[in-house]
Design a protein around this ligand. Structure first.
Ligand SMILES: [Cu+2]
Length: 345
């Protein structure tokens, strides 16, 4: 009896200590979506139960090792026990009940996080080796970054062009595989204005780690301005027109776009050959093409190489470059990337 009370006290004390130390959990990133609430709640509940079970098993074990260790001079065997039916029924039924209860809670959270809303913003997300693109059918625009208005539920329609990828923005908590030939869905209601990143959570080839795209949660009014800019219908408010961007800004923008759109996954800057030719010294070099001809890489060539990569294949490379940059990048963005390419010597 004395041992029982000791063990119960030990387990309770250690559980309380660990629960205190892990609340709030320091390993979670910012919660930036409405769906993060129920997900974090369920995750926290799991953690609490796991902490208790961990302490129960290891606490009893540790206590037994210390309290029942062999006394000096004791060479006899331990006491012999046979099975204990009541205990066995208890430790089968209890965990079963806990697991069933957690499935019930999980179903509730699943229903909560997949529920549709009337004014959803539809975004078609396409994943490919190794980039993401986003289309907004309601507005007829496309982009290489995912911009969302804060407070409005987004209905993401996920597609894959080649292999399985996985859409994951840790701050939104939800994750969904994209599967070639199928459409998958995810509903996210961003709540925190800020800049995040989509990453691919399914190993999908050598460019997997670089398969990132910017996610911007904008105040609704800023989102509307962004849409109008993509559509080319934006009118600068009176007196608000500052100076246009300078040459340096354009190069910096081009570099940013090259990173954000996944170009860097296939093109190195140091002369090494990846999936595509290196960008080191690309401007002005004489390029041997697959059809045996050769061409000088001037601005017009670079533009065609970006918009219509299949039309001129560089010798020694396969036709693997995504063909939709002409849709997802604005003409001014392609200009910025070319300005950046010209600076790479
Ligand atoms: Cu991927």
């Amino acid at each position: 009896m004395k041992h029982f009370i000791n063990v119960i006290l030990l387990v309770l004390a250690l559980t309380a200590l660990l629960l205190f130390l892990t609340d709030p959990p320091a390993w979670m990133p910012l919660a930036a979506s409405a769906e993060a609430g129920p997900v974090d709640w369920l995750f926290g509940l799991h953690m609490d139960v796991i902490i208790f079970l961990y302490v129960l098993v290891n606490g009893v074990l540790l206590y037994a090792v210390v309290a029942f260790r062999r006394k000096p001079g004791d060479t006899g065997d331990g006491a012999y026990f046979h099975s204990n039916t009541r205990l066995e029924i208890l430790w089968t039924v209890l965990p079963l009940a806990v697991v069933l209860y957690f499935s019930y809670l999980g179903l509730g959270v699943l229903r909560q996080t997949t529920a549709a809303a009337a004014d959803e913003l539809e975004v078609i997300v396409t994943a490919r080796q190794w980039s993401w693109s986003f289309e907004y059918p309601d507005y007829g625009i496309a982009a290489g970054e995912l911009n969302l208005p804060a407070g409005r539920k987004a209905h993401l329609v996920l597609r894959a062009e080649d292999v399985i990828h996985s859409f994951w923005v840790p701050e939104f908590r939800l994750k969904q595989d994209t599967v070639p030939g199928q459409e998958k869905y995810l509903r996210i209601t961003p709540t925190e204005v800020g800049a995040y990143k989509v990453r691919c959570a399914e190993l999908c080839g050598t460019g997997h780690a670089a398969m990132l795209a910017p996610v911007n949660v904008l105040p609704p009014a800023e989102f509307d301005i962004w849409v109008q800019k993509r559509l080319g219908t934006y009118v600068e408010p009176e007196g608000g027109a500052g100076e246009g961007p300078g040459e340096e800004d354009i190069v910096a923008l081009g570099q940013q776009l090259a990173q954000a759109n996944g170009c860097i996954a296939c093109h190195s800057l140091d002369g090494s050959k990846l999936v595509g030719p290196s960008w080191k010294g690309v401007f002005g070099r004489t390029e041997a093409l697959e059809d045996g001809s050769s061409i000088t890489a001037d601005e017009a060539y670079l533009r065609t190489a970006i918009i219509d990569p299949g039309s001129q294949i560089v010798a020694g490379f396969a036709n693997l470059m995504p063909a939709n940059y002409g849709d997802t990048l604005l003409p001014s963005e392609i200009d910025a990337i070319i300005a950046y390419l010209k600076t790479l010597e």
